[in-house]
Design a protein around this ligand. Structure first.
Ligand code: HEM
Length: 377
């Protein structure tokens, strides 16, 4: 991650030396997050074609999604129709097949692909590790009820999977998912965070001060411990994830009939329930002045007051995002590096407010996020 973030500095240096230099943050950070996921999860070095194909997975035309809803599944299957563009899927599938074949001949790599190839059932230690991850994703300690619910759900996953290892199709599916979600979500988070900081110079200076102080008192060593000490950085990212949550809504399918409190509403087994994350994050009942960027909502004292399940940037429960800690670490490293040396400011092409592409896609998406760059003295 640290090596990949050096490329960000090279690009920023080129822009900052130009008069009125401005940069598209989507491009800057897209290359970085693709590099990181390809190196850390697949021990491979990506090129531009990786980014182009991963972007295609999130920019398919709306009619594809419409067909998915409107046409019966048996017909779509017989026409071999997929919502996601098949050329982009094929690209990642063939990369993964090549990597798997290389792995069968070569030594250990200690990366995600190797974990998939060696996947076994969860032991009880791994269940408690997963529960800790869920705690992190909630950004608070869970109640005993929630912890029990998660423990039972994880244990039932263990029961269903038994000693089964993953077959090649499953490894491929997980790998394509990793390449795609691991790249776009984190690069969006970085772009929106930098954009928010450019419009809120006081927050940017406060964050710069925290970065300077923490690095100075840790002999400029940028490691996991140093990053964890930066509490304001964490609050800035958490608030960005509230304001611009990359995953707009989630879905769950009921595994049994369920009565919703005393509303009289019954969710029947098999029903799909949509969870409107964007609406929750922008509901003034939970977040007063919801469209204002206020990192202090996530200060240590205020964080505890967040109403459970109203903050879901990484989802919740046993199927929450498995890349949470990874994503937060890679975004923090990139921001620390960039903000140490450069200041971001609004420029003539900065959109206020940002214009997003029409909904219907799985992710929040802006074509460009442009800001100005100045070198710090
Ligand atoms: C800022 C970055 C990210 C955000 C906001 C994000 C958000 C999410 C959300 C909302 C879900 C659905 C959770 C649910 O339904 O409860 C999800 C699932 C998932 N994410 Fe992320 N994610 C991010 C980064 C990553 C990264 C970097 C990886 C991989 C390294 C990753 C891998 C996954 C996977 C594999 C799933 C599916 C988990 C499952 O179905 O069990 N994500 N993510």
């Amino acid at each position: 991650m640290k090596n990949s973030s050096d490329d960000i500095l090279d690009r920023l240096e080129q822009v900052a030396t130009r008069q009125n230099g401005e940069i598209d943050l989507k491009e800057l950070y897209g290359d970085y997050t693709m590099n990181v996921i390809a190196k850390c999860a697949f021990a491979t070095k990506p090129n531009n074609i990786f980014v182009q194909n991963a972007t295609k997975l999130f920019t398919f035309p709306f009619w594809r999604k419409f067909l998915d809803y409107a046409v019966p599944m048996w017909l779509l299957d017989s026409l071999k129709f997929t919502v996601l563009p098949s050329d982009a899927m094929d690209f990642f599938r063939s990369i993964t097949v090549d990597l798997i074949h290389q792995r069968l001949k070569s030594s250990e790599h200690h990366d995600f692909l190797e974990l998939l190839m060696n996947a076994k059932k969860l032991g009880s230690n791994e269940i408690s590790d997963s529960i800790k991850d869920i705690d992190n994703a909630f950004f608070r300690k869970q109640t005993d009820d929630e912890r029990n619910l998660n423990h039972n759900a994880l244990a039932s996953v263990q029961f269903h999977t038994g000693n089964k290892t993953l077959d090649e199709d499953e490894i491929l599916a997980q790998s394509v998912l990793f390449f795609s979600v691991g790249f776009e979500t984190s690069s969006q988070l970085l772009a929106y965070c930098t954009y928010c900081l450019s419009l809120n110079p006081l927050c940017q200076e406060q964050l710069h001060y925290e970065i300077e102080q923490t690095l100075n008192s840790n002999q400029n060593e940028l490691d996991y411990n140093t990053v964890s000490k930066m509490t304001y950085l964490d609050a800035v990212l958490s608030e960005t994830l509230r304001l611009y949550n990359p995953v707009l809504r989630m879905e769950r399918q009921a595994s049994e009939d369920y009565i919703l409190g005393n509303t009289g509403i019954v969710i029947r087994k098999g029903m799909i329930v949509g969870i409107p994350v964007w609406a929750l994050h922008h509901d003034p009942q939970y977040y007063p002045e919801p469209y204002v960027f206020k990192p202090e909502r996530f200060s240590a004292e205020n964080r505890e007051r967040i109403v459970p399940y109203t903050y879901l940037p990484f989802g919740a429960g046993p199927r929450n995002c498995i890349g949470t800690r990874f994503a937060l670490l890679e975004t923090k490293i990139a921001l620390i590096k960039a903000l140490s040396k450069y200041r971001f400011i609004p420029s003539k092409n900065t959109q206020v407010p940002l214009r997003f592409l029409p909904v219907g896609r799985p992710l929040l998406r802006c074509e460009h996020v442009i800001v100005g760059v100045q070198k710090r003295c």
